[in-house]
Every structure is written in structure tokens, then in C-alpha cells.
Design a protein around this ligand. Structure first.
Ligand code: TYM
Length: 327
């Protein structure tokens, strides 16, 4: 089975990225032939600084290994190192409609927040479809916020296959049962993200223990007292229950029964402790990897070679089926 997922080289990675991203990557690498990509080309679609892009690319790569991707087993690489991604995006633009792209929720949200809305932001889902389709991907482990983009990739694949002949496998998104949409601790109706929402409600994977504990202690909850999962009525506490289920590798029902009859204060403190316990060893590995840039670049070089080899035949077929004269 072919597995592919991507993660942007921007901002500090959050507990949300851990839950919907990193954690799933490690679990799925056991199931087949897995490709994980630091999507630096996606990162230039919103305002960015060159030095930050540079740093973030290396930093996200380090997090991928620190959270458990095994370079012997998984192919970990940087998107811009494999030219096929940019080329595939251009070709797939021919079978993607303006209307489809305009309907993308993420585009609508992000474009409202910016003065300068780049063409890249609009085309972003086409680049993402190319990422996935180039590798004959069966499954795409992602969080809930990327669901619509994978749906679009499926439509693009089907349209291309219908128009030019069977070329792409139609991929399926896979989402974690718990924690597919971790919310901001201060604004539990919002996705946890570094790009918007109260910063003190965003738990970053690099946050030191005291900062993590403080953020959980200050988490917004409702005026009740029952530790019960009810996202409609009790958004804050439900989010904390999901986080606890994710970090202690258990289920929502188990967390509910464990904290049955206990107050919110106690519960919030214990979720903070559990997150610290999860993050501490990951941060240590991350720092080690970051301190040896040569080794990190060596691993990414091996990944890029493997990714180039795996994607080249698909790109060639795309050109041929579309009628391009090849050199
Ligand atoms: P990105 O970089 O925003 O996020 C990486 C992964 O983290 C998940 N995620 C979350 N999961 C749960 N709760 C949250 N609060 C949360 N925030 C983020 C995301 O769903 C994602 O799985 N467009 C993609 C990157 C991409 C990609 C791809 C993904 C480019 N090409 C091909 C899959 C396949 C993105 O911006 O993810």
C-alpha cells in the first residue's frame, strides 16, 4: 500500500499537527510504502519571510524524524527538491475548474485575512493534488481541515482518468478517530493553528513544560462540572477530553470514565501533565536532530532521490497522455 502525506514548512508546529499529522504518519508507516513531504512550495502561498522558510523547512523535517519516522522505512523529503511536484500542478490545472478552487473553505478563510491574495493561494489545492497523485497513493493520513482538499484531489484524478485514460489511483483520506480537529484552548470553536486565534490557546510542540501547563490551566471551559464529551454544549471540555485521549493513547469513553466525578481544575492539570510527558522526549530528539544539520540534509537527500524515482514515471505518463512531444 502507498501512503503519502505533506506538512507545511511554516510556523511552529502545534499539538493539532501532532494529532492529525505526525502521530498518524508514524502509525501508517507500518502499513506500507510511505512518503512524507515537507511542502515548502505550499508555504509561499501566504505571506512568508525567506529566512523563516529556510529554518522551518529544516525544523519540520527534524520534527518528522523526532516523532518517529524511520528513514530506513519511510521516504521523507522536501517538496521543492523534486521538480515533478511543480510540473504536475501545472498539468493538473488543465482539469481543475476555477469554480472548484473558489469553493475551497481554506481559500475563502485565508483570502479574507490577507490584503495580498496570491495566485498561489488559489492554486494551492492543485499542487496538493499533484503531490498525492504522483505517487499512486492509496491513503492520505490527514486532519479534518484537509478533508476538502483530498476530496478535490479525488475529483481531479477521476477527471484526468476520464479525459486522458486511466493514469491515477483515486486516493482515500484517513482521519484519526479522536483528535482529527484539535481546537484552540482559548477559543474552542476554532481550529488550533498558529496562523489565527488566541496564541495562549495554541500549544506548540516546542513549548517548554511550564508554558504547556499554564496554557492548559487557563483553558476555557463551560460553567458546568462534568467531564463529559459533548462538542455542541461543552466545546472546551470536549477538546480537552480529545487531547487527553490522543496523548494517553486511549479513547474518549475511557477518559470520561477515568475523570467521572472529578472537577475541571484537576482534569485540566492532568491533561497538561500528560502533554508535557508526551512532548519532553520528542523535544529532546528534535533538539539533537536540529544540532546536526549535515545529517538532516543527508537524510533528506536520500528521501529526495527515492521520491524522484517514484514520481518520474507518473509525470511522464501524464505528459504523454496529454499529447506533449517529449524530448
Ligand atoms: P498543515 O501543514 O497545515 O498541517 C499538517 C497536518 O496537520 C493536520 N492538522 C491538524 N489536525 C488536527 N487538529 C488540528 N488543529 C490540526 N491542524 C493541522 C492537518 O490536517 C495536516 O494533516 N495542505 C496541507 C499540506 C499538504 C498535504 C499534501 C497533505 C500539502 N500537500 C498532500 C496531505 C497530502 C497542510 O497545509 O497541512
Amino acid at each position: 500500500m502507498r501512503i503519502f502525506s505533506g506538512i507545511r514548512a511554516s510556523g511552529d508546529k502545534t499539538l493539532g499537527n501532532y494529532s492529525g499529522g505526525f502521530r498518524q504518519y508514524v502509525a501508517t508507516q507500518e502499513q506500507g510504502d510511505a512518503f512524507f513531504c515537507v511542502v515548502d512550495s505550499h508555504s509561499i502561498t501566504t505571506p512568508f519571510e525567506p529566512e523563516v522558510l529556510h529554518e522551518s523547512t529544516l525544523s519540520v523535517a527534524a520534527w518528522l524524524f523526532a516523532t518517529g519516522l524511520d528513514p530506513e522505512r519511510s521516504t521523507v523529503f522536501v517538496q521543492s527538491h523534486v521538480g515533478a511536484h511543480a510540473e504536475a500542478a501545472w498539468l493538473l490545472g488543465a482539469v481543475t475548474s476555477f469554480g472548484e478552487l473558489r469553493r475551497m473553505t481554506q481559500f475563502k478563510e485565508r483570502s479574507e485575512e490577507q490584503d495580498f491574495v496570491s495566485a498561489g493561494l488559489f492554486n494551492y489545492p492543485v499542487l496538493m493534488a499533484g503531490d498525492i497523485l504522483l505517487y499512486g497513493t492509496d491513503i492520505v493520513p490527514i486532519g479534518d481541515d484537509q478533508r476538502q482538499h483530498v476530496e478535490l484531489a479525488r475529483n481531479i484524478a477521476e477527471r484526468f482518468n476520464g479525459r486522458f485514460g486511466e493514469t491515477f489511483k483515486v486516493p482515500d483520506g484517513v482521519f484519526p478517530e479522536e483528535g482529527a480537529r484539535i481546537k484552540n484552548l482559548q477559543e474552542p470553536e476554532r481550529l488550533m493553528s498558529t496562523t489565527r486565534g488566541a496564541p495562549q490557546g495554541v500549544v506548540r510542540m516546542i513549548d517548554p513544560p511550564d508554558v504547556v501547563r499554564k496554557k492548559f490551566k487557563a483553558a476555557v471551559t463551560d460553567s458546568g462540572s462534568e467531564v463529559r464529551h459533548d462538542p455542541e454544549e461543552k466545546a472546551g471540555i470536549s477538546n480537552l477530553i480529545e487531547i487527553m485521549a490522543v496523548v494517553s493513547r486511549t479513547t474518549i469513553a475511557d477518559v470520561e470514565s477515568r475523570y467521572d466525578g472529578q472537577g475541571y481544575g484537576q482534569f485540566k492539570g492532568e491533561v497538561g501533565d500528560a502533554v508535557v510527558e508526551l512532548l519532553e522526549p520528542l523535544q529532546k530528539r528534535y533538539e539533537e536532530l536540529r544540532s546536526d544539520e549535515g545529517e538532516l540534509r543527508r537524510l533528506l537527500g536520500i528521501g529526495a532521490d527515492k521520491a524522484r524515482e517514484a514520481s518520474a514515471p507518473t509525470l511522464e505518463t501524464m505528459y504523454e497522455r496529454m499529447g506533449f512531444v517529449r524530448p
